[in-house]
Design a protein around this ligand. Structure first.
Ligand SMILES: N[C@@H](CCC(=O)N[C@@H](CS)C(=O)NCC(=O)O)C(=O)O
Length: 340
């Protein structure tokens, strides 16, 4: 179904907000008409009736209605526009691009949140970045006050999302792994992206978190030291409206895509399963072992929904598509996804 090109969306978001960056890059790539509305104290009124108040927010051209949650928004835009889809036609690849996107949204985001609020240079940089976007011309005193308030709030939230000293090794190791995997992918000389020569849902999920990590001082210095090619790959996705490419033919996938799927199967799916199990049992927290290291966190309802959504998408697979996915994720993850 194609829509009138002149109908413009409103995308309300933050420059320092990874999910907003994900949405903006995805809509630019898809050449969708939209106004980027930087959320600030001047336009807070736009979101006054919204609950919860989160960004990105998509405002529809036809009725001005406001919609939340970047993954839902991306699938809504897939329904509304057929050109330059982010979902590969191969049903197995369509499932796998969603799996990687979900891992980026719910797990790589811990790397983003950790590096942003754990170290002084990043705390300072990010809190003043967010203060400036909130009120570009605020007086120094008000700017200091907001930056301090915001940093205190976010640092206080770190345990809620598992960003604790105990979990630090798992989180930081994951960051080094992900940026190296993309570096090696780009260096392999094959398809530029994970499912072909055109970016998919997975790339924009990764982009949102990693592009933010490529700006904050500490993770930026790590990325520039270990994986500058990854930073270049991310910057090329800032606006990929000029990119033309095809999906991979056949089932086989690049080594890096398989490595990200294996990482997701070894780390993210056991995390989701443990969170769901503890939630159902009415427990407050859960602990798992990841690559020989312990990881503990309080239960998180939203991620139970993420697992249920993955299980529903997995259940809709059949035949060779299911076999391909099973072969890539392994027995333990098949059990997790098949146990809806
Ligand atoms: N699942 C949501 C997450 C959105 C989200 O957490 N957004 C953050 C900014 S990146 C936010 O608005 N946080 C609100 C706050 O910190 O007050 C999505 O994918 O859009």
């Amino acid at each position: 179904m194609s829509r009138d090109k002149n109908e413009r969306y409103g995308l309300i978001g933050g420059n320092a907000s990874p999910y907003s960056q994900k949405m903006r890059a995805a809509m630019l790539y898809r050449r969708l008409p939209f106004d980027w509305i930087l959320r600030s104290e001047k336009n807070d009124y736009l979101l006054k009736d919204l609950r919860p108040v989160l960004v990105p927010v998509l405002r529809l051209p036809e009725d001005g209605s406001l919609h939340l949650d970047s993954t839902k928004l991306i699938y809504m835009l897939e329904e509304r526009h057929s050109e330059r889809s982010l979902i590969p036609e191969n049903p197995a690849h369509a499932f796998l691009t969603h799996l990687i996107e979900d891992m980026a949204d719910e797990w790589v985001t811990k790397m983003m949140f950790h590096y942003r609020w754990a170290y002084d240079p990043d705390i300072h940089y990010a809190s003043y970045w967010i203060a400036d976007d909130r009120s570009a011309s605020a007086a120094d005193e008000a700017r200091d006050k907001f930056a301090k308030m915001f940093a205190t709030r976010q640092i206080g939230r770190m345990p809620l999302v598992g960003c604790t000293p105990e979990n630090l090794p798992v989180i930081e190791e994951g960051y080094h792994f992900i940026i190296a995997t993309i570096r090696d992918h780009v260096a392999s000389g094959g398809a530029v992206y994970l499912f072909g020569d055109r970016p998919s849902l997975a790339e924009f999920g990764l982009y949102g978190q990693l592009r933010t990590l490529s700006v904050d001082p500490t993770p930026q210095s790590i990325m520039r030291k270990e994986a500058q090619r990854t930073e270049s790959w991310l910057r090329q996705l800032d606006d990929a409206s000029g990119v033309e490419g095809d999906w991979l033919e056949g089932d086989d996938l690049p080594a890096a895509t398989k490595a990200l799927i294996t990482y997701t199967a070894d780390v993210y799916l056991p995390f989701l399963a443990a969170n769901a199990k503890a939630t159902v049992a009415g427990e407050e927290s859960f602990s798992i072992e990841i690559a020989g290291k312990s990881y503990s966190q309080g239960v998180f309802k939203y991620q139970v929904k993420c697992l249920n959504d993955l299980q529903a998408r997995y259940a809709s697979l059949s035949g060779s598509a299911k076999e391909l996915v099973n072969g890539l994720i392994g027995e333990a993850s098949v059990k997790i996804l098949a146990s809806a």
